[in-house]
Write a protein that binds this ligand. Structure first.
Ligand SMILES: NC(=O)c1ccc[n+]([C@@H]2O[C@H](COP(=O)([O-])OP(=O)(O)OC[C@H]3O[C@@H](n4cnc5c(N)ncnc54)[C@H](O)[C@@H]3O)[C@@H](O)[C@H]2O)c1
Length: 510
């Protein structure tokens, strides 16, 4: 039986009138579809419809919607008193509590009321579509339509086919998503689908950087915004979403990928969740929302210093660019050769910490400071500059390095030793997880990028980001991090390694 969700008289039933269900119902009604709404809790549907009405009133006041259009939407949105009233629906979208047993019971009950060709789609974030459909009579008609919060605002929808879904189902759900004005991407039925999987790099790696005392949360946030072009820092994002929600997603994906080290949750975040430091909603997370913003203490107190007359710079990738920046700021530079005993030595490693770079180049660690020249993925100026010390760097050497870098006009953040600084680590992890999603055939490369851009608000999707930075440079960062730490979470995927070796785009299919 062909699957057709394009009929003009298609009726949609939304089950669950909470945060997501009411938004999904509004989107369907605004797209001109007759939309039924049901909830197991008495009064929930009336509350939801009233709240949709109130939201639309706001749009009318702002002139974004006419009063007639609002009235049309409200007329198309109808409450259901019982599940049996879903009978005329050609598509049911389920958005009830995230509980496998409860969802399964609902799906079995729905099958009894619906016609044999009706489609049921779950909005689950963390359960398997195949698992929800198991035990149903018509698993071929069950798939996933994963909306993002709030559905009327977020453009993205993930379309998921279960293992028993009809091969036509994803195509029909893709068309339906476009019909209601959304941008669909297609994902296989795997933990976290695309977006929650792609998000397993930014927050977790930032938490590790802070746990290791390399930089403070506000320093990581500023670096990611000012040097890497992200709209929000990882800790601002954690506070916005809520540490409890993020930690639960981290635990779920880690467990469902059988303890894949790349997705290891944060022990430090677990303590914060237990202590109620959840973020904006609890008044305090990584930032304090209850009181006026106070100045935050930098990880390293750098004493002010006059800018040095000259510096020695290692003649490696990024060294020439740094020399040009400093020359333009009126500082003499010596690129390569053997430094004098008193010279301030600047190194520009990729994926290497300051200690290793100083020892490899036979420099005096006390006079050596590392500068991150990895670059801004948006191609603008270097933005904020990172200066990284090793445990032996003398305070006056760090002060002189910071003064030299500040003379370029860019703000400077000083951090403790880290293979990959802050920005290199975070960007390389985002790219690596993106390539893992491609390698596991969770979605097509273009859909992975669309998912991260629209679902996570990244300036670029992970694969496009990797192409901009250069796959071989991203690989060098990961290899460097793994070489120092021996930690398997930093191993590069074969997808990345192969494309870096061939010199082709990370979008290149097999
Ligand atoms: N909140 C998000 O950011 C978000 C984003 C994407 C997907 N999701 C998923 O969407 C679903 C709903 O999430 P939410 O945030 O809207 O939850 P919610 O708690 O706001 O709403 C759930 C609603 O379902 C109702 N309900 C519970 N059991 C029911 C049943 N057996 N039959 C009918 N109604 C029932 C509840 O009364 C409640 O009104 C979950 O599967 C969740 O994982 C949530």
């Amino acid at each position: 039986m062909a699957i057709d969700l394009s009929k003009s008289d298609l009726i949609v039933a939304v089950i669950g009138a909470g945060a997501m269900g009411r938004g999904i119902a509004q989107v369907c009604a605004q797209a001109g579809l007759q939309t039924l709404l049901y909830d197991a809790r008495d009064g929930a549907v009336a509350e939801a419809i009233a709240s949709v009405g109130k939201g639309l009133d706001g749009q009318v006041v702002k002139g974004r919607l006419s009063a007639d259009d609002k009235a049309g939407v409200m007329a198309r949105l109808k409450p259901m008193a019982t599940l049996a009233e879903a009978a005329p629906a050609g598509l049911v979208i389920e958005a009830i509590v995230e509980d496998l047993a409860v969802k399964r019971e609902l799906f079995r009950a729905l099958e009894k009321h619906l016609s044999a060709d009706a489609v049921i789609a779950t909005n689950t974030s963390s359960l398997s579509v195949t698992e929800i459909a198991a035990g149903c009579e018509r698993p071929a008609r069950i798939g996933g339509l994963h909306f993002f919060n709030p559905p009327p605002v977020m453009k993205l929808v993930e379309v998921i086919g279960g293992l028993r879904s009809d091969p036509e189902l994803t195509g029909a759900l893709v068309q339906f998503s476009r019909r209601i004005g959304k941008q669909p991407i297609v994902a296989t039925d795997t933990p976290g689908f695309v977006v929650n999987h792609a998000g397993r790099a930014y927050g977790p790696e930032a938490l590790r950087i802070v746990a290791q005392g390399i930089a403070a949360p506000f320093e990581v946030d500023t670096l990611m915004k000012e040097s890497a072009g992200f709209r929000m820092g990882p800790f601002e994002l954690l506070d916005l979403i809520g540490a409890d929600i993020t930690h639960a997603v981290m635990e779920s994906i880690y467990a469902r990928y059988y303890d894949e080290p790349m997705y290891q949750p944060s022990a430090q975040l677990a303590v914060r969740v237990a202590g109620g430091l959840l973020g904006r909603k609890s008044g305090r997370g990584f930032y304090d929302y209850a009181s006026a913003p106070a100045a935050q203490a930098a990880t390293i107190a750098v004493a002010p210093s006059v800018k040095p007359k000259s510096v020695w710079i290692a003649d490696e990738a990024g060294g020439g660019d740094l020399a040009a920046l400093l020359e333009a700021a009126g500082i003499d530079t010596v690129l390569g050769g053997t430094p004098d005993a008193k010279d301030l030595c600047l190194v520009t490693p990729l994926g290497e910490d300051c200690t290793s770079a100083a020892l490899r180049l036979k420099l005096d660690p006390a006079r050596t400071v590392a500068v991150d020249m990895f670059g801004n993925p948006l191609g603008r100026s270097l933005g904020r500059i990172t200066a990284m010390k090793n445990p032996l760097t003398a305070p006056d050497a760090l002060s002189a390095a910071v003064a030299a870098l500040a003379a370029t006009g860019a703000p400077v953040t000083a951090i403790n030793d880290s293979a990959g600084f802050v920005v290199q680590r975070l960007l390389a992890m985002i790219v690596n997880v993106g390539t893992r999603i491609a390698e596991l055939r969770v979605a097509a490369p273009a859909d992975i990028d669309t998912g991260a851009e629209l679902g996570l608000n990244y300036p670029k999707g992970p694969l496009a980001l990797g192409d901009t930075l250069g796959p071989s440079r991203v690989l060098a960062v990961l290899d460097g991090m793994q070489a120092l730490t021996r930690d398997p979470k930093y191993r590069a995927t074969a997808w990345l390694r192969r494309r870096a070796a061939l010199g082709v785009s990370l979008h290149m299919p097999d």
